[in-house]
Design a protein around this ligand. Structure first.
Ligand code: MGD
Ligand code: MGD
Ligand code: SF4
Ligand code: MO
Length: 695
């Protein structure tokens, strides 16, 4: 008999709602959940390849304990009891000798993150960190500096917008299915798209206006846009007067940044800037300057992200239909959110975080997430104290933290590396113990609290029995904790009990999720009153152009603009990004997806390539001060001459993932590990590379 199960995809972390058809314990079909607006059967290529992951023999199949030198790939299979006992025993010894703060745990935030945080709190270590800083740390801090809310508390009303501006937000390749469908509908209804990227992406081909910006100069562009808006009084005066502070300072600051000045810095004609601003301001407040994730990532990224949010504020598009909105939680409609294990009481932790987030040295990054890229430095320098053990849970430090050689050197200093993964990732290959998690189709997961215009909850539900000897991560961590005598913080025996515990007091039961895969606290969209009712969480209760968050710790709201130097001779600015067919570093070994995009190529401007004797498809050596490798070139006039571009996530070193082993190149090998020390993002685009033909 065929069963229908509503669940959540996890081929990437967007977690689209899905409908899974299962017959005889086999997944026959996966599609977007038809009951969820914007999904209605849609799935991206990665989501569709979930079935290939389920049946892949080249994923992790059982716990493993390392037998040869680290990185040799020599492991023995172990039973769960053996592996968990081994981890607990080693961990006890490390905690006894070096204190609980010598243990760190990194993960890509996921539904069971409250379980991992609980594990670390129970252990007594402050050193839980997520991917957040690597992905959008400076976006998070910029949002807090203006609104008092972080970016995760902000949503985008794509469907009703009249004009969206994207700064390297490659919306139709770096996908989020619901958003892409909603914005496609807006485009069909006549909305406009302005797209800015040194590279012609799929998104560029759908834009009404495309600017091939000189890489790294988005900040200059925005200062000029603000200059024009203020000079021509194109802003939403009622909104700006009511809800912002520091307009005078902003006006004085942008005075020198004329369109003509910006043309020199960005390469975009001054007249086009003026046209765009006039056009978009006619549609205010239903417009979006998208704050993005990646795109231009430099040591002053905080100011670029702030400039994007400021443009929204000037258009009055913050908390507007067709603009940005603050996500509404169940409390606003008299409901209660799902419980989290972290709500329990834990022993006090006195040690500072390894990354110093929240200390005077690095005051502003979000301490809920920490700053992942600080880990290698902390380990190598025993700063602020020795780190001896790393737990990795759905995270890949070797490929996702810049400067792989440096990260590997740091990992070499550790006494214990434990990885909970589903794939033979490079970090699993480099670990001492590998604990395989059941994939998303094989496990029930923690509740997803989905706040938004309408607060809802979603559930990931087990669709099939696990194919191999794997377990859900929330069970694995509980079972280690029990062996450390910390079992009392994990009040469940299986995932269903954990979900039921989370739902206590919400008024919903697990069965309520059966018909549609989600439950809603109400059916009305909630917008706050733009005249008088937007509860900005800044000290002034307003949008702070002059930011108390920044200034209170000695940073300027409007520092002097530093021009972006072109690359030195025979060098290019390394830029990176994603494609629609892969998730970061996770899916390159998936049988279907590997077939579609098996390797990355180096996009290089055709004229520069021609001058250097590099033909399209030729092998090239790409090198920087940090590392080097070879790959094939894609010589094209679709990229700015100052930049080269490669997809992130290739050049895997784990031999057991045979399809992706040594295919293409790992961008992290080339990158300098430096950060925006205000916002917290790594400056992923601050590295220049040499490109040489390989004879
Ligand atoms: N050099 C460089 N670094 C980057 C970026 C870049 O473009 N270039 N991008 C940054 C960005 S935007 C982000 S978001 C981060 C992402 O960084 P990561 O989170 O490290 O990358 P992912 O590929 O999402 O996933 C990492 C690991 O999760 C495993 N995994 C997948 N599904 C599951 C599961 O269900 N359970 C478990 N236990 N494991 C699972 C995968 O096999 C993989 O090993 O990287 C950042 N770092
Ligand atoms: N298919 C797919 N979709 C995903 C993901 C995935 O792994 N795969 N990951 C998800 C995650 S975690 C994230 S963070 C988002 C990332 O989504 P995006 O923020 O859209 O990120 P990227 O794919 O890294 O695309 C970055 C773009 O910035 C351009 N760029 C480079 N330098 C500059 C510059 O100086 N200025 C401007 N304006 N542009 C520049 C690059 O050419 C590239 O096209 O995607 C999400 N969606
Ligand atoms: S964007 Fe694609 S891979 Fe990511 S959750 Fe949605 S369907 Fe799955
Ligand atoms: Mo990300």
């Amino acid at each position: 008999m065929e069963k229908e199960i509503f669940s959540l995809c996890f081929m990437c972390s967007v977690r689209c709602p899905i409908r899974v058809l299962v017959k005889d314990d086999q997944v026959k079909w996966i599609e977007g959940n038809p009951h969820v607006a914007g999904m209605e059967g849609s799935l991206c290529p990665k989501g569709a390849a979930g079935i290939a992951l389920l049946n892949d023999h080249q994923r992790l199949q059982s716990p493993m304990i390392r037998t040869g030198p680290r990185g040799s790939g020599q492991f023995r299979k172990a039973t769960w009891d053996e592996a968990l006992d081994h981890v607990a025993e080693k961990l006890k010894a490390i905690v006894a000798a070096h204190g609980p703060e010598s243990v760190a745990m990194g993960e890509r935030t996921h539904l069971a993150t409250h379980v991992s945080k609980t594990f670390m709190k129970a252990l007594g270590s402050p050193n839980h960190f997520t991917h957040d800083a690597l992905c959008k740390g400076s976006v998070n801090t910029a949002a807090r500096s203006l609104f008092g809310y972080n970016d995760a508390q902000i949503g985008v009303d794509y469907k009703n917008t009249r004009h969206m501006v994207l700064y390297g937000r490659n919306f139709f390749e770096s996908l989020e299915v619901k958003g892409a469908n909603a914005f496609s509908e807006a485009l069909e209804n006549g909305a406009k798209l302005t797209y800015i990227d040194p590279r012609v992406t799929v998104t560029a081909t759908k834009a009404d206006r495309y600017w091939m910006i000189r890489p790294g100069t988005d900040l200059a562009l925005n200062y000029a846009l603000i200059h024009i808006i203020l000079k021509e009084r194109l802003f939403d005066e009622t909104y700006v007067n009511r809800w912002t502070t520091g307009l005078g300072e902003l006006r004085d600051f942008v005075q020198p940044f004329t369109p003509k000045w910006a043309e020199t810095e960005t390469g975009i004609p001054a007249a086009e800037l003026v046209d765009m601003v006039r056009e978009i301001s006619r549609e205010k407040p239903s417009v979006i300057f998208h704050y993005g994730y990646r795109g231009a990532s430099h040591t002053n990224e905080i100011y670029m992200r702030r400039s994007i949010f400021i443009l929204n504020a000037l258009m009055g598009s913050v908390e507007a239909k067709g603009g940005l909105f603050f996500k509404k939680g169940p409390g606003l409609v008299g409901g209660k959110p799902a419980r989290k294990l972290t709500e329990q009481t834990f022993p006090e932790i006195k040690a500072p975080r390894f990354d110093k987030a929240g200390t005077p040295e690095f005051p502003l990054p979000d301490t809920n997430h920490g700053v992942a890229q600080m880990l290698p430095g902390a380990i190598l320098n025993d700063d602020p104290y020795p780190i001896k053990s790393l737990f990795v849970f759905r995270f890949e430090p070797l490929m996702s933290i810049p400067d792989t050689h440096n990260t590997r050197k740091a990992l070499d200093k550790l006494d214990l590396i434990v990885t909970i993964d589903i794939n033979h990732s490079d970090i699993a290959w480099y670990s001492d113990v590998i604990l395989p998690e059941s994939i998303y189709l094989e496990r029930t997961d923690c509740v997803q609290q989905a706040n938004g215009l309408k607060p809802q909850m979603f559930l990931r539900r087990q669709a099939t029995t696990p194919r191999y000897d794997t377990r859900p991560g929330a069970m694995i961590l509980k079972q280690i904790a029990e062996r450390m005598d910390l079992g009392q913080f994990f009040p469940y025996e299986n995932m269903e009990e954990l979900v039921r515990w989370q739902l206590e007091g919400t008024g919903f039961s697990m069965e309520d999720f059966d018909p549609k895969g989600f439950v809603a606290y109400g059916d009305q969209q909630i917008f706050w009153d733009r005249n008088d009712g937007i509860p900005f969480k800044t000290p002034s209760g307003k949008i702070e152009f002059v930011s108390s968050l920044l200034e209170d710790v000695g940073f300027k709201s409007f520092p002097e603009y530093e021009p972006v130097a072109p690359p030195p001779e025979n060098r290019f600015r390394l830029t990176i990004g994603r494609c629609a067919q892969h998730t970061h570093v996770s899916t390159q070994n998936n049988p279907y997806l590997n077939e579609i995009v098996p390797e990355n190529r180096l996009w290089i401007n055709a004229e520069s390539a021609g001058r250097m004797g590099i033909g399209d498809g030729a092998r090239v050596k790409v090198s920087s001060d940090y590392g080097e490798g070879t790959m094939r070139a894609y010589a094209t006039d679709l990229i700015h001459p100052e930049a080269v571009f490669m997809l992130h996530g290739y050049g895997h070193q784990a031999q057991s993932a045979r399809r992706s082993f040594e295919k293409g190149m790992n961008d992290s090998l080339l990158m300098n590990n430096i950060s925006d020390m205000i916002g917290g993002s790594p400056a992923l685009h601050d590295t220049f590379v040499r490109v040489d033909p390989v004879s």
